[in-house]
Ligand binder design. Sequence first.
Ligand code: FAD
Length: 280
Amino acid sequence: MDERKQRISCEFFPPKTEAGKTSLLTDVTPALQDTLSPEFFSVTYGAGGSTRDTTLGVVSAIRETGINVAPHLSFGGDDENTVGELLDIYKEKGVKRIVALRGDIPSGTGGKSRSVYASELVEFIRKHSGEHFHLEVAAYPEIHPEAKSYDSDLQFLKNKFDAGANSAITQFFYNVESYFYFLDQCASVGIEKPIYAGIMPLHNFANIRRFAGNTGAEIPRWICQKMDSFRDDEESQRQFGFDVVLQLCQTILESDAPGIHFYTMNQVEPTRELFTHLGL
Ligand code: FAD
């Protein structure tokens, strides 16, 4: 079999219910593994450590089947001992990759808990676990919503690499130019590590529009206008969203970009359909 040129990975979130967890482990993961054979699945981590146990549970269950899995991790309100213990558990389970984040600041803390920047977490992991983990960090082609400026955000991304990160995964985007420009800008400040494109299938537009508002990801006006024109015609919305994201993926994969990370939202079909049409 030909080696795939570009890396493919998939993201899950830890389900809130037992039924959701069962479905993720017995249906979704095997189906995506069979079709995409991704380099790894990653599992998100709730703000302030709120999903510490569920993330660990899902990661452990996937790992037990021999599949590569990468937990997301942030300090949240935790101390170094708690994070260190979690790293040791992951290492024991054969986890070799971590997505290191500052995480979103949990609501309800009144902003009192100090947030630990991702670069500090990367530094801590390197100190605690040496080179054991491949460390992924987050990158923002359309710039992080709290960033003071484009250039400062870029510099803080560089800090994450200087602290020991191996690669980055971007926030989702629909303006492909923002990604290509960002790659050039990264190169211009000396970032030579791969920056994988985060792709969110557009299968539930109302949700994604809301989500985009919080993350600083822009949904171009022409996409919103077209989606709105379909009103309640879900099939037309689905087909249009599929066409837009398929073209986005094709453009990325035809470039020198290193690969794609799919935000699956724990669903098989939207990602599988894209992947199948990409002919990878
Ligand atoms: P950082 O890189 O630490 O940056 C945060 C902000 O602070 C930026 O505006 C940056 O410009 C600024 N900054 C960085 N360093 C400094 C400094 N030294 N001084 C001053 N300002 C600084 N969220 C979750 O809660 N759970 C998840 O599992 C999760 N997974 C994600 C996966 C990916 C691939 C991506 C792209 C995002 C994910 N997020 C997740 C969202 C992410 O946690 C938020 O965007 C969060 O607000 C920032 O996290 P970060 O790691 O990018 O932070």
